[in-house]
Design a protein around this ligand. Structure first.
Ligand code: NZQ
Ligand code: ZN
Length: 381
């Protein structure tokens, strides 16, 4: 096992009706004024928006609103939020929604404490040294943004979908109430399942050191996600399945699974972000296209782990069977598994590869994943 530092300062309030306490949680942090960030309106289709407002009012937390965050969140909206936060001197950012809302809240938190262009942090021109505190109430479980320090934002002008990472933007507290997720569409449930699985397998397959403990956590998360997804597609109101899915999602990208591993990286995410950036594909849908192709391309570089994966997840000794079964499961739950399924033409591959290679370079994998290598992978999709 490799040496590591594990530090995750986010408090999770998990369970039924906990959104009604959000005002109390914020008040306990000594905060009196927040920017409330949300998406395209799903929080107004039930009582959630009213629950949040009632709780904030009850605890005398003043709030300003920023709505309209889209999936694959945009830098222009983040900049709008930064302006609002600065003009109104808010003390914290409260995101209510899915990963896109949480990520926007985090980027606003960073930009609100910076005089320059927040994009500087995404292109590594500036280092995060300060941020407003972030709180979230999650309505969709997939990204684990509720318990990590990542934010992924798309620059609408340059079509670059880049990320920042800092413990300073780990939410102070996140409310995770599985009841709020019963209205997530089957489509997004499937994409979320793929995303959670992807967070686990990136390092599982690419690390040069991967302790058995870490492999077992990953396999447990994947098994739980596969089982609960199938239950939820049948019955969206199954609370326990929804809860296990949500808690698995959080464990998938909160720093737990890679702690003690060495040498891992995130090639599937690196390539997928270009599908989202250039074709506005949902993140999990793009991953369902990229993962099987990448696995077929990569498997000989770590065959033993691919054999282990096949055995633990699909009771087969054959690495190829493991890949085929995962791909078939993605299709079964309704995710696209080819570029064509995702509405991306073959002649789009070159531009995707150029865009992805820029991300690879940002992430220190530019040589491992040249434009030609990415083309070779995407040709398999
Ligand atoms: O905007 P609203 O109206 O809220 O609708 C959303 C959106 O259309 C809807 N939704 C959310 N909760 C719902 C609901 N609809 C009905 N009932 C509910 N309870 O679902 C749609 C998708 O939401 P979004 O937030 O985009 O999904 P997700 O949580 O999958 O987030 C995806 C974004 O997170 C980034 C992705 O790249 C993508 O931009 N990621 C963030 C990561 C992180 N912060 O660590 C890591 C991930 O790998 C990922 O890259
Ligand atoms: Zn992801």
């Amino acid at each position: 096992m490799n040496d590591f530092t594990y530090y995750n300062p986010t408090k999770i309030e998990f369970g039924k009706e906990k959104q009604n306490n959000i005002g109390k949680y914020i008040e306990q942090s000594g905060i009196k004024k927040v920017l409330l960030v949300y998406g395209g309106g799903s929080i107004k289709k039930n009582t959630l928006y009213n629950d949040i407002v009632t709780s904030l009012n009850k605890h005398n937390i003043e709030f300003i609103e920023l709505s309209g965050v889209v999936s694959n969140p945009l830098l222009s909206k983040v900049n709008e939020g930064i302006l609002l936060a600065k003009e109104n001197t808010v003390e914290a950012i409260l995101g209510v929604g899915g990963g896109s809302v949480a990520d926007s809240a985090k980027a606003i938190a960073v930009g609100s404490k910076y005089d320059g262009d927040v994009w500087d942090f995404f292109i590594h021109k500036a280092q995060i040294t300060e941020a407003l505190p972030v709180f979230t109430v999650m309505t969709l479980s997939a990204t684990a943004s509720e318990m990590n320090g990542n934010s992924v934002v798309m620059n609408d002008e340059t079509k670059q979908k880049y990320s920042i990472a800092s413990v300073l933007i780990n939410p102070v507290l996140s409310v995770v109430n599985p009841q709020l997720m019963t209205t997530v569409s089957d489509e997004y449930l499937a994409y979320s399942a793929v995303d959670i699985i992807s967070h686990c397998i990136e390092v599982y397959f690419t690390a040069t050191t991967h302790p058995h403990f870490n492999s077992r956590i990953v396999e447990s998360i994947i098994k739980t996600v596969m089982e609960t997804t199938e239950i939820l597609l049948e019955n969206p109101n199954d609370y326990d399945a929804r809860a296990e899915f949500a808690w698995s999602a959080i464990q998938g990208l909160n720093g737990l699974t890679p702690a003690g591993t060495a040498g891992g990286n995130f090639p599937n995410h690196m390539i997928e972000h270009s599908l989202s950036a250039l074709y506005n594909v949902a993140h999990g849908a793009g991953l369902a296209v990229v993962i099987p192709a990448w696995m077929k391309w990569y498997k000989e570089q770590n065959r033993a782990q691919f054999e282990r994966f096949a055995k633990e997840l699909f009771a087969s000794d054959d690495a190829e069977v493991g890949i085929a079964k995962l791909e078939a499961w993605f299709a079964k739950i309704g995710a696209p598994i080819t570029l064509k399924d995702a509405g991306i033409p073959r002649d789009g591959i070159e531009a995707l590869a150029i865009n992805a290679n820029e991300t690879a370079t940002m992430w220190g994998m530019g040589e491992l994943y040249s434009k030609d290598t990415i083309i070779e992978i995407l040709e398999k999709a």
